[in-house]
Design a protein around this ligand. Structure first.
Ligand code: 13P
Length: 246
């Protein structure tokens, strides 16, 4: 099973549902391949999209959540409980945008804990920045990001890990297949150690588009893709899937 996840970031209004309608129509026709589509629109659209696409082939998720479970006096915050009640089934946790805004390991662990407790599936993002890549400490950084947040008591069946090198997000730069393969295998062996040989799916994210998917698809160890910019166009998103299986 492969995952194609569209992270819309700060994009989308009610009429953007057309994008998902087209993607859903495509997936409904394409029964030949085994993959799952998830779209994470902004918080403002989750409730209506979750309702609209309830029995469709597209699942709806949130891009983040606050690190408290239910209700609190934190202005502007949205809790895992509120996300669950709005009908989403997935939550992205640890995106580099949010790490840059102050999400540390301690907060991320709380977020994962509450999401999983509420039976929300978590897409946990990890990735090294440009400096760390240049210093060749990628594995050290990723190992720490995994160890410090993923607890043994979390259910690995409810977690998806997304490797998103910070230097590749929105830049058009993608790691070389040889390097990417090593990194994905490193992440998988770390997860197998943690979860007693069970391994959550490991995705790649960062400048994935309908062209470079033709190279990326050669790495069978990648369990899917977390797609930013290209997921704002139904055509590009569908072409990524078509080209993957071509
Ligand atoms: P881009 O595909 O725009 O590089 O974004 C990747 C990303 O951050 C997805 O979470």
């Amino acid at each position: 099973m492969k995952f194609f996840i569209g992270n819309w970031k700060m994009f989308g209004i009610l009429s953007s549902k057309k994008i998902i309608e087209k993607i859903n129509k495509f997936k409904t026709k394409d029964r030949s391949n085994n993959y799952k589509i998830i779209i994470t629109p902004p918080y403002t659209l989750i409730e209506s999209f979750a309702k609209k696409f309830k029995n469709s082939n597209v699942a709806i998720g949130a891009q983040n959540c606050f690190f408290k479970e239910k209700f609190s006096s934190n202005t502007g915050a949205i809790s895992p409980f509120m996300i669950k009640k709005s009908g989403a089934s997935y939550v992205i946790v640890g995106h580099s945008d949010n790490r840059a805004e102050g999400d540390n390991d301690e907060k991320l662990k709380l977020k994962l804990n509450f999401c999983l407790k509420l039976n929300l599936r978590v897409i946990f993002c990890i990735g090294e920045n440009k400096k760390e890549k240049q210093k060749k400490i990628t594995f050290k950084v990723l190992g720490k990001q995994l160890r410090n947040v993923l607890s043994k008591k979390f259910d690995p069946n409810k977690i998806i890990v997304a490797y998103e090198p910070v230097w590749s997000i929105g830049t058009g730069l993608v790691p070389k297949n040889k390097d990417l393969s090593k990194t994905i295998n490193f992440i998988k062996s770390s997860l197998r150690k943690l979860y007693n040989y069970k391994c959550p799916p490991v995705l790649y994210g960062g400048s994935v588009d309908e062209k470079n998917i033709n190279q990326l698809k050669n790495l069978k160890e990648i369990d899917g893709f977390l797609i930013g910019g290209a997921s704002k166009s139904s055509k590009k998103f569908i072409d990524i899937i078509k080209n993957y299986y071509r």
